[in-house]
Design a protein around this ligand. Structure first.
Ligand code: 6PG
Length: 225
């Protein structure tokens, strides 16, 4: 796993946005772009709005979602739509939510859509954050999704948050051409170090075929050797 260290959170957002824009610009066919929630990824989505062309070739999807209605303030899809996808002509595939079925049904339905989307090739890039506990997407320490060996997307109960999530599993994330992990702030430094020691869920991202790039500011990188 490669770490790129920048002076400030803004420079991290700009560098990550440039990377995605360059990859999109270099592609000629459909471009599969997976996105996480969280404030650090959100800053990159804001930078992406005016930086990239070729959005009409983009199939965007979520690496994870909270089990809330689509217009809920905690929805990752709502955030990504308001910050980016309401402003560009990409196709934004979001999981369906309904009171009449549960998160795992929605995850299975979303997986079917992602499998058909990726019938001709792997995700091009998935942009992820990392939590202070070392989670990434909604792959939280000690949760069932960490040990899923077959499915690409599952419902995942997160006792620490008393919340249900939907999340990509490692089976899907490891297939991507590139995984970009963003972390800023001193509060993330222990999780970043633990991830590079491969003792966190985020630290397992490098165990598949995907190239993994970490975008850090100096504070988040401060405990790396
Ligand atoms: C979520 C995210 C999650 C997030 C990290 C980092 O649904 O919360 O997908 O994995 O990316 O927790 O979030 P911050 O950048 O806000 O710390």
């Amino acid at each position: 796993m490669e770490a790129m260290v920048h002076e400030t959170p803004q420079e991290v957002a700009e560098a990550a946005a440039r990377r995605v824009a360059d990859l999109l610009g270099a592609s000629t066919d459909r471009f599969s772009f997976g996105l996480a929630g969280g404030s650090t990824p959100e800053a990159t989505y804001k930078e992406l709005r005016g930086r990239a062309s070729g959005w009409d070739r983009v199939d965007a999807w979520l690496s994870d979602e909270r089990w809330v209605p689509p217009d809920h303030e905690r929805s990752n899809g709502r955030m990504a739509a308001s910050v980016l996808f309401d402003h560009v002509d990409a196709v934004f595939h979001r999981p369906i939510w309904s009171e009449s079925f549960g998160p795992d049904d929605s995850a299975a339905h979303y997986e079917a859509r992602l499998r058909s989307l990726h019938g001709n090739g792997p995700p091009d890039v998935v942009l992820l954050g990392v939590g202070e506990d070392g989670h990434t997407a909604s792959l939280f320490p000690g949760t069932a999704a960490l040990t899923e060996t077959r499915r690409w997307f599952v419902g995942n109960q997160v006792p620490a948050l008393d919340e249900d999530r939907l999340t990509a599993t490692f089976n899907l994330l490891w297939k991507a051409r590139l995984l970009m992990v963003l972390a800023v702030g001193v509060s993330k430094a222990p999780a970043v170090r633990a991830s590079f020691e491969q003792t966190t869920p985020a630290g397992r991202l490098g165990a598949g075929e995907a190239e993994v790039e970490w975008y850090l500011d100096r504070d988040a990188a401060s405990l790396l050797g």
